[in-house]
Design a protein around this ligand. Structure first.
Ligand code: SAJ
Length: 406
């Protein structure tokens, strides 16, 4: 039996996937409400294909509880927050989960850590906590790091098809866990050591952050001299060895906007390109805000209450607002003591920001300048409703004539 600890964005789909493929699974989370919701047969977030997967896993007997189970395999997928000032990862939840496992696990159990951690975290924090407990690593308990790679919006497909990395102290334990993941994962599963696995995860997200920053920097350069960044990227990408990403209003989510800071925090004098890239990405909500003021001036809009931000999530077609550029923009704008700009997002029924609308038509009726912050399918399918409005499209998804871009 596998006990999956932490039933959030990664733990829940992983637990469901294992169960759906015939592995006996118990999911544990300390949040009673979350466990009650799952036990009532409801999922806790929206994601393509998750309902069907949930139904199959329930059929196969998955259970949810707040208790840690006595078993030989644990998968830990608890959050790893980071300190915004020191830029260092806080492994407290991971360590606490490992400590709770040690209270119940039999000798020789394997603990797989899926949570993203900065390189060296397991050596620095997890091993000492285990040893302090009198456990001998490799005998009483085995540690494994199996970082997740799935992308919100396409999690179910990616769980099945992505290649994976397993970091373990011994080949034998690595192979055992490889076999467990191979119960559902159709991609290649590489077995390596723990430190390497930790580093690969952070490097993957850093690669993407640096490349998005490059696109964002190009957008700023092109804006400065009135060039079309999208046309330039499109043409450059026709070169066989060039593949530039898309500029945007900023980088959100709990991965790409966070993980690269771990490297900056740990290697401040070495991680220069990464540091500058992160700063470039972080500057984008302000860049958008300045551009809004510019477009308002150009169109004689003097009242910010006639401006509306479409999209509060960090990217298209997800209900995840972690590190959302729109929320950062609203927070920055409010520092200027103005009333908060109105916003609307079909994925958020509850208020998450002040002056949030819950009806698309009402939002449009009260808005002269629509700022597309997120290219949800809803807006792409309703572009005709923006006719007659001034549109500032930060995602390059609107082809109405006169649309302003980054
Ligand atoms: N973005 C751009 N321009 C682009 C691509 C993305 O501005 O060309 C923005 C998005 O709008 C969003 C942010 O970047 O705000 C990040 O979005 P994303 O779709 O690139 O990635 P995430 O954060 O949803 O998921 C990433 C993935 N990592 C990589 O692609 C290397 C995913 O595979 C990881 O599992 C996940 O981080 C994670 O949990 O680490």
């Amino acid at each position: 039996m596998v006990n999956v600890i932490g039933l959030g964005y990664i733990g829940l789909p992983t637990a469901l996937m294992l169960a759906a493929h015939g592995v006996e699974v118990v999911g544990t989370d300390y949040n009673k409400e979350l466990v009650a919701t799952l036990n009532a047969g409801k999922t806790t977030f929206k994601e393509q294909g998750i309902e069907e997967l949930f139904a199959t896993a329930l059929q196969k007997g998955i259970r949810f509880t707040t208790e840690y189970q006595i078993t030989d395999t644990y998968i830990i997928s608890v959050p790893t927050p980071y300190d915004k000032f020191s830029k260092k990862v806080d492994a407290c939840y991971v360590v606490a989960a490992v400590q709770s496992v040690m209270e119940v696990c039999p000798k020789g159990a394997t603990v797989v850590i899926e949570s993203t951690v900065s390189p060296g975290t397991i050596d620095k924090y997890v091993r000492p906590a285990v040893e302090k407990n009198g456990f001998t690593i490799g005998e009483d308990i085995h540690l494994v790091h199996a970082p997740e790679r799935i992308i919100p919006g396409n999690m179910v497909y990616e769980l099945l098809h992505n290649n994976r990395t397993i970091g373990a102290d011994s080949k034998q334990v690595g192979e055992k866990i490889r076999a467990l993941y191979a119960s559902f994962c159709q991609g290649q599963i590489v077995v390596t050591d723990i430190r390497t696995a930790e580093m690969t995860k952070v490097v993957e997200n850093t690669f993407r952050a640096v490349n998005i920053a490059f696109a964002n920097e190009l957008a700023k350069i092109c804006r400065h001299d009135n060039m079309d960044v999208y046309e330039i990227i499109r043409i450059c990408n026709m070169h066989p060895r060039v593949n530039i990403l898309q500029p945007g209003p900023g980088v959100g989510g709990h991965c790409i906007s966070v993980d690269p800071w771990f490297l900056v925090g740990d290697y401040p004098s070495l991680a220069k390109v990464i540091d500058e890239s992160m700063k470039t990405n972080d500057s984008m909500p302000d860049f958008v805000l300045n551009r809004i003021y510019e477009i308002m001036r150009e169109n004689n809009i003097t009242d910010i209450s006639r401006v509306g931000l479409y999209g509060l999530s960090y990217k298209e077609n997800v209900d995840d607002s972690r590190e959302s550029p729109t929320i950062q923009l609203i927070e920055n704008q409010q520092r200027h003591l103005a009333a908060p700009i109105k916003s609307y997002d079909p994925y958020f029924e509850q208020n998450i920001v002040p002056n949030q609308y819950h009806n698309f038509e009402e939002f449009l009726a009260d808005t002269d300048l629509v700022v597309i912050m997120v290219n949800h399918n809803q807006i792409k399918e309703n572009m005709d409703k923006l006719k007659g409005k001034i549109v500032f499209d930060t995602r390059n998804c609107c082809d109405l004539p006169g649309t302003y871009r980054l």
